[in-house]
Ligand binder design. Structure first.
Ligand code: TA6
Length: 315
């Protein structure tokens, strides 16, 4: 696929000359994904509005992960494990997979690119397992953004491997103090700020007035994030990903991150479709396939026209 031959999928150079793919949908929505980390850094609606948060201080330079967008956390979701924080997949250069095995059901609606990661000799020293990780990034006809992951154990030594995973999605919001999350109320969570102790969420929508870092367990397929000022609701639909991480660093942590603006916590919220509580084990030859689909719908919620519970119940 040449540089210009297929404008709906364009390979070009991004920040610091890093290669990125631009997906363009005919109605005007677009998405961008860097080969570095297979990292989605932009998702725009038909009006050209950016829906993902990327820090103005993000460092587009291996091996620092890009701060924002949708980092891929594999093979470890944690900052405390034996590997680099959240695993090494987001810190590696992936390749464009020109001949992927057919994806069933075939996600053909929309514009997509297939990316592939296999471990290097260096990677095998730190995580001694052979795998093929295929990521399909699809921009649907209505501007929805879908990420489908297929991870296969290609070990020839007969060994199974176990991993945890998250799509670490940073949503752009107008003002965190005006944001509500619906769909996680009454679910149990592990509180990362309290040694991952287990609690139960109260019965109302989640609102934000301080640092939050919670791993909600066995959560519903759909989660709604309401941005009151923008009258916009993000809907996360997840398949095969039981858990959901909700994170906002707030002011103190924001100041402590060199690649994050001191006030940027006001304009972002991470809601991350994940598999953490029950790590995934694959035997040689087995493949794990999961998907998250993001949409952004107008929500004049305060007028009662779009009740998030209806969004969560709709198909
Ligand atoms: O997803 C929440 C979290 O695990 C937080 O604890 C915080 O560390 C965040 O991820 C960012 O991690 P990173 O390694 O990208 O700085």
């Amino acid at each position: 696929m040449s540089e210009t031959e297929n404008k709906s999928v364009e390979i070009t150079k991004g920040v610091n000359g890093l290669e990125k793919i631009i997906l363009r949908e005919i109605r005007g929505s677009s998405a961008e994904v860097y080969l570095y980390g297979a990292h989605v850094t932009s998702w725009k609606n038909e009006q050209g509005e950016e829906l993902l948060f990327v820090s103005s201080k993000a460092i587009f330079k291996p091996s620092k992960p890009i701060r924002g967008g949708i980092p891929i956390c594999f093979p470890q979701f944690s900052n405390m494990g034996s590997l680099e924080a959240h695993g090494f997949a987001r810190n590696r250069v992936w390749t464009i997979d020109t001949d992927p095995p057919p994806l069933l059901p075939n996600v053909t609606d929309g514009v997509f690119v297939d990316l592939l990661l296999k471990p290097t000799e260096e990677d095998l020293k730190i995580w001694p397992h052979s795998f093929e990780y295929r990521l399909r990034v699809t921009l649907g006809p209505g501007g929805d953004l879908m990420l489908t992951s297929r991870i296969r154990n290609t070990n020839t030594d007969g060994k199974a491997f176990t991993f945890t995973f998250a799509y670490h999605t940073y949503f752009s919001v107008s003002d965190i103090s005006e944001v509500r999350v619906e769909g996680l109320e009454t679910f149990d969570y592990l509180d990362n700020l309290k040694n991952r102790e287990r609690y139960t969420e109260q019965g109302d929508a989640i609102t934000f007035e301080s640092e939050v870092d919670k791993i909600y367990l066995s959560t519903p397929t759909k989660i709604a994030i309401l941005d009151h000022e923008k009258k916009r609701t993000f809907v996360v639909r997840k398949d095969g990903l039981p858990d959901a991480v909700v994170w906002n660093p707030w002011d103190k942590k924001a100041k402590a991150m060199a690649d994050f603006g001191d006030d940027e916590y006001k304009h972002m919220l991470c809601v991350e479709a994940a598999a953490i509580e029950k790590p995934i084990t694959l035997k040689p030859g087995e493949e794990w396939k999961v998907r998250q689909e993001l949409s952004a719908v107008p929500s004049s919620y305060f007028s009662g026209q779009l009740d998030p519970s209806k969004v969560l119940q709709s198909s």
